[in-house]
Design a protein around this ligand. Structure first.
Ligand SMILES: [Zn+2]
Length: 340
């Protein structure tokens, strides 16, 4: 079985974005109408998935996608906490509807109602609703809800601890995933995402988070940002900061995905990072949707890169399936319940 741990509902029917646009307009000017109820039919959802994500999964050979709302659409830096709560709930309900329509191919991961300056503990209610009531298996945690201004404390600060405690209690992982950037210096998918991945990893080196939460599991997407390429720098920094070896200090709790859109990048990732810490993912449809003129295949057809690696069949199975089942135990349990 092939599990893609990182997919977003970037193809939702247009009414969803129209709702968001109206919500933002109303927030900025209360004289403008509040958004009306969101009306999207099951047929519209079915079509938006079948011709897009599901079509590509079938063509490329993935069975199940761990699916979350559009990341850049989370927009935690826009509006206030109440607005983020409404928006997160609506986006998560959309994911739930996709999962109900295609239970064999999708499982949900939730957006959190984060907002700048608001304790992340306030997101626990929505996390619990999504996990306990909607059957979701994880969440996307934004390390920078201020959208490129980095106004929150590092991820290792006790401010984040109540949320981690809940993740451990529910036995669900979080993918560290920023949203849009309000800082024009940082293109969101080309710079802000990769910066955040790299920044989160360095924060884990500087702190002692996993000493306090030995069972916490965090996924750093986009191949771990710049980390694998600069692995020597990070090992050296851990040494300079008198921290244990990264294998002990960070890598018992942190996983990277395969959203690296070229063969040499994937080869480097596998050369540097232990296979047990790599999860297959494509981020369909995310940062790069086009066809690579050098290969003639889509940049985000990441399965091809993993298939081409000179690693054992056993290691490939870990990356395609077993690691995801270990990191997302609620998915594993749901699959086992279906005899898979
Ligand atoms: Zn993503």
């Amino acid at each position: 079985m092939i599990i893609d741990c990182h997919g977003h509902y970037t193809t939702a029917p247009a009414q969803l974005q129209a709702f968001r646009d109206a919500q933002i307009a109303h927030f900025e000017d209360s004289g403008k109408p509040a958004p009306g109820p969101l009306e999207i039919s099951d047929d519209e959802i079915r079509e938006s998935i079948e011709i897009n994500q599901l079509g590509a999964m079938r063509e490329r050979g993935a069975d199940m996608t761990i699916f979350s709302p559009r990341a850049v659409g989370m927009g935690h830096h826009i509006g206030d906490e109440a607005m983020s709560k409404d928006w997160a709930r609506i986006c998560n309900d959309m994911i739930h509807r996709v999962v109900r329509l295609f239970p064999d191919n999708f499982v949900g991961v939730c957006q959190l109602p984060q907002s700048p300056g608001v304790p992340v503990a306030n997101c626990i209610e929505e996390l619990e609703r999504c996990v306990n009531e909607l059957g979701f298996v994880g969440c996307n945690l934004n390390p920078d809800p201020s959208g490129g201004l980095w106004q929150t404390k590092p991820l290792t600060d006790p401010e984040w601890y109540p949320f981690y405690k809940k993740l451990v209690e529910l036995d669900v992982p979080a993918m560290i995933h920023v949203s849009g950037s309000c800082n024009p210096n940082f293109h969101h998918t080309g710079a802000h995402y990769i910066n955040a991945d790299t920044t989160a990893f360095m924060q884990f080196i500087q702190g002692d988070l996993f000493k306090d939460f030995p069972d916490l599991r965090l996924i750093i997407p986009h191949g771990g940002g710049a980390v694998p390429y600069h692995w020597g720098r990070y090992r050296g920094l851990a040494d300079m900061l008198n921290k244990p070896l990264l294998s002990e200090h960070v890598m018992k709790n942190v996983y990277f995905d395969t959203c690296v859109y070229h063969q040499p990048g994937i080869e480097l990732l596998f050369k540097v990072i232990d296979t047990d810490n790599i999860l297959f993912a494509s981020e369909m449809f995310g940062a790069v949707k086009g066809i690579d003129p050098e290969t003639g295949f889509h940049f985000d057809h990441t399965k091809r890169y993993v298939d081409s690696l000179d690693i054992s069949a056993e290691d490939k199975r870990k990356v395609f399936e077993l690691n995801a089942r270990r990191v997302y135990p609620r998915l594993d349990a749901a699959l086992k319940a279906r005899g898979k």
